[in-house]
Design a binder for this molecule. Sequence first.
Ligand code: FAD
Ligand code: NAI
Length: 466
Amino acid sequence: MPTYDLIVIGTGPGGYVCAIRAAQLGLKTAVVEKRKTHGGTCLNIGCIPSKALLYASEKFEEAEHDLAALGVIVDKPQLDLQIMMKHKDDTVAANVNGVGFLLKKHKVDAFFGLGTIKAPGEVEVKAADGSTQTLTATNIVIATGSDVAPLPGVEIDEKSIVSSTGALSLDEPPENLLVVGAGVIGLELGSVWSRLGSKVVVVEFLDRILPGMDAEVARQFQRILEKQGFKFLLGHKVEKIDKTPEGLRARIAPVAGGEALTLQADVALVAIGRRPYTDGLGLEALGVAMERGRVVIDEKFATNVPGLYAIGDVVRGPMLAHKAEDEGIAVAELLGGQHGYVNYEAIPGVVYTMPEIATVGATEEELKAKGIAYKVGKFPFTANGRARAMRHMDGFVKILADATTDRVLGVHIIGAGAGEMIAEACVLIEFGGSAEDLARTSHAHPTLSEAVREAAMAVDKMQIHL
Ligand code: FAD
Ligand code: NAI
């Protein structure tokens, strides 16, 4: 019976990163993965394939609508979806194989099959052919991630009624795409298909898009998406979707009550969130404490069962790949005798649309709710030279700083390249920096990130270019 210091169940961004860090610290480590490839949701059916399609569809859109204004005259672009999908599949293959290589390089043993925790320190691995073997370890980390949250009354077939997984592999752009949920997945994958020709209608339960993100950013983003052709039905819910010979027929009702309406679509994307995934792990028999499907952990990622830890989408906090990675490193360091720690105040969130949205720290709404006095500095990309040169003037940077100490509490960016620009705000928040620290830091000219500096200057009304 192979024995390890650590067994990690699941090789998504949380699990594989945890295993590599543990191996670096000298722990004899094994991973168990039920999928055929490593990388979890993120690399196989999430972050990576979606970004490959977002990038490719953005190029298509540029060629169709944006290049002429730069004096680059091209024929109307033709879509070869098969090649676009091959680009996506090749990107996924390179990434998942890369994880396999990294695990080998760090001498992490990989077992493929469903992992079930039979007892503390004991994992049974059931391979696809039904064979089983038992591994033992001093410690076990659960990194089993999440799965699509179902919409009651609507059955996902991954053909006409799809989750994000099916929406990453459609055979052709649907003429009419109904998106249920104006969250990150709905708006990212809605953007892909909208750029490739689909008419997109988004039905959202709440009266706003992107709940949890800065409300001013979300409002501007909604207007931009509407200009791109999106239609929004806010404050509505999809009650059922019928398959008819003419396509899908959805019944959509106002949340506040009132008359339901009917909408025709060729494809419906259900994107109303994700649920933690613990099926088959055997947690109930072990008596592992759970809360609303999530494994309950303490500040050191420990469950209530000795030697059993959990990280990533399966525990509290945002369901983000880099959050899972950070927790993977932290728990490995704690198990390796170091001081692993995650600063949840400095975890960014990015929506990879055009323009992008990037955010770190508190929103204005959160500061108001907590009664924290704050100053606001804002700077629009219309006043940024590089943005003008690139014709990407949509959006702004907003910096929220403590009214007394000037410490930066939140940074919210909507604009091209926001996902890259947010990194300096994360470093600033991580180091407890002030708006003045950022305002006095030299930024190369001409760059989009000068808008971040100007927003920091604007916190104390020192901005130059506005
Ligand atoms: P997962 O990546 O879900 O990995 C868990 C792994 O555990 C899986 O491989 C699963 O097969 C395996 N497993 C489960 N149970 C068992 C078992 N019993 N035995 C063995 N193996 C098991 N996040 C971002 O930060 N940026 C993005 O751009 C982004 N884009 C996304 C796009 C889409 C369409 C989706 C769906 C998600 C996206 N996410 C993004 C979210 C991101 O994918 C997750 O936050 C991340 O994958 C969580 O990592 P994890 O390691 O916790 O779990
Ligand atoms: P989400 O939680 O971001 O958004 C779901 C939306 O659906 C919410 O706006 C919610 O109000 C709405 N909703 C819920 N029930 C509804 C109903 N019955 N009818 C209409 N609307 C309803 O979830 P999403 O977009 O599915 O993404 C899941 C997770 O994946 C997110 O937590 C996100 O963190 C992660 N992800 C991250 C990405 C990124 O970082 N760029 C990209 C894609 C996913």
